[in-house]
Design a protein around this ligand. Structure first.
Ligand code: CA2
Length: 143
């Protein structure tokens, strides 16, 4: 099974500021968690991070026919991007949305998720561990 993990804008800055919201862990720690999960679960995990909406759309399109499941943290694009929503719908690959923070208890503008409308499930507020949960959900359901 091959899972694509996509991270949107500014997530590469994890650990640098706002540890009260996003925790102390860095983006490098997240990459290590993904590598460890791939080894433990005996699956392939490819990761991609971009600050650019169109690049995220391109990567989702690239996944068509190559990837069995997508774990996506679209970051701020969660709340704005119909383009990413449409791309997820276009490829039809099972997807799980993940948020490190509990967006439900934050500002009103974070209460809308366009991208989540194309995802089977949303995991929020579990920190980096949420990525592992999303991967395990897809593995259990689709491998
Ligand atoms: O909780 C999440 O995972 C979010 O997707 C993170 C996004 C935010 O816009 C979403 O509403 C919720 C922000 C990622 C920016 O990360 C930072 C990294 C370092 C310092 C400050 C923010």
């Amino acid at each position: 099974m091959k899972i694509l993990v996509i991270n949107g804008p500014n997530l590469n800055m994890l650990g640098i500021r706002e540890p009260d919201i996003y925790g102390q862990n860095s983006f490098a720690d997240l990459l290590r968690l993904l590598e460890q999960t791939a080894a433990e679960e005996e699956i392939e995990i490819e990761q991609y991070q971009s600050n650019h909406e169109g690049d995220l759309v391109d990567k989702i399109q690239w996944a068509y026919g190559k990837i069995d499941g997508i774990v996506i943290n679209p970051a701020a694009y969660t709340h704005t991007s119909i383009a990413i929503l449409d791309a997820l719908k276009a490829v039809g690959i099972p997807a799980v949305e993940i948020h490190i923070s509990d967006v439900a208890s934050r500002e009103p503008f974070r209460q809308i998720s366009y991208t989540g409308m194309a995802c089977e499930k949303t995991i929020k507020g579990h920190g980096l561990e949420g990525y592992r949960e999303a991967i395990l959900y897809l593995k259990e359901k689709y491998s």
